[in-house]
Design a protein around this ligand. Structure first.
Ligand SMILES: CC(C)(COP(=O)(O)OP(=O)(O)OC[C@H]1O[C@@H](n2cnc3c(N)ncnc32)[C@H](O)[C@@H]1OP(=O)(O)O)[C@@H](O)C(=O)NCCC(=O)NCCS
Length: 217
């Protein structure tokens, strides 16, 4: 049965993940627009206007076959401010998720990006039945490499990549985390609170989701 995520909140120690809302556009734009320290590491060249981001965030959950594609706000737990953004996509392959993220400069190096990735892995493996997660990182992005490796991802290979930035074709590190590895490593990490509410497409039945049963869980 096709279903759509109506609400999602995963609460960690430093960071929370929830579905983006159009109101996130203004603070996200303030953090991202023209910020080369972030944009140099993204495939995307950044938003041209707040309205572009608002439109993007209006479609925070699109459901195809299998797992949904999600646009998630990274929120600083202490102050409740929007700190960044994380996308979790299952385009074309229900079991293989692709994760991408950024954290605004005022929020970096405080453990927020690292925990957002742990929360995303929990979401993908415990709730969305993912078999594997993948991240594509421009070679040299040591901060991203660090958070991925801390979350259990391993470097699968380096490729020429397909993205051209400033006229240069970017080489990419491909990082992968398999479900079995996540289970082996990640049992120590659980969100403090996890709320997911689904609606079935076509009907308005609300379904509370339970996490995939985990050993000891
Ligand atoms: C990658 C990113 C999301 C990390 O977010 P964050 O909130 O700073 O992450 P954390 O604080 O959890 O951890 C960052 C880690 O990277 C390390 N780090 C940061 N800058 C670094 C650098 N230039 N070289 C090496 N390590 C670096 C930090 O020391 C920390 O590791 P530690 O906890 O072991 O000390 C953030 O740096 C970012 O948005 N970068 C730009 C966009 C981007 O690269 N997105 C990913 C595209 S694949």
């Amino acid at each position: 049965m096709a279903r759509r995520l109506e609400a999602l909140e995963l609460v960690g120690v430093r960071a929370c993940l929830r579905l983006h809302r159009p109101e996130d556009a203004a603070p996200a734009y303030a953090l991202l627009a023209g910020c080369d320290e972030i944009l140099r590491w993204l495939v995307w060249d950044g938003p041209a206007a707040v309205a572009e981001l608002a439109e993007h965030y209006r479609h925070a959950c699109s459901s195809g076959q299998g797992a949904p594609d999600l646009r998630l706000a990274i929120v600083e737990r202490a102050g409740g401010a929007l700190a960044g953004s994380l996308a979790l996509r299952f385009e074309g392959h229900a079991g293989l998720g692709d994760v991408g993220y950024w954290v605004g400069l005022p929020f970096q190096r405080r453990g927020i990006g690292g925990e957002a990735l742990l929360l995303a892995a929990h979401l993908a493996f415990a709730h969305l039945a993912a078999d594997a997660l993948e991240a594509r990182v421009f070679v040299g992005n040591e901060a991203s490499r660090r958070v991925l490796e801390r979350a259990g991802f391993t470097l699968s290979h380096t490729s020429r990549g397909t993205t051209v930035k400033g006229g240069v074709r970017m080489r990419e590190w491909r990082f992968v985390l398999l479900y079995g590895e996540w289970r082996r490593l990640g049992e120590g990490y659980r969100p403090r609170v996890e709320t997911l509410r689904w609606v079935s497409a076509g009907e308005d039945d609300r379904l509370e989701s339970a996490a995939r049963p985990l050993p000891g869980g």
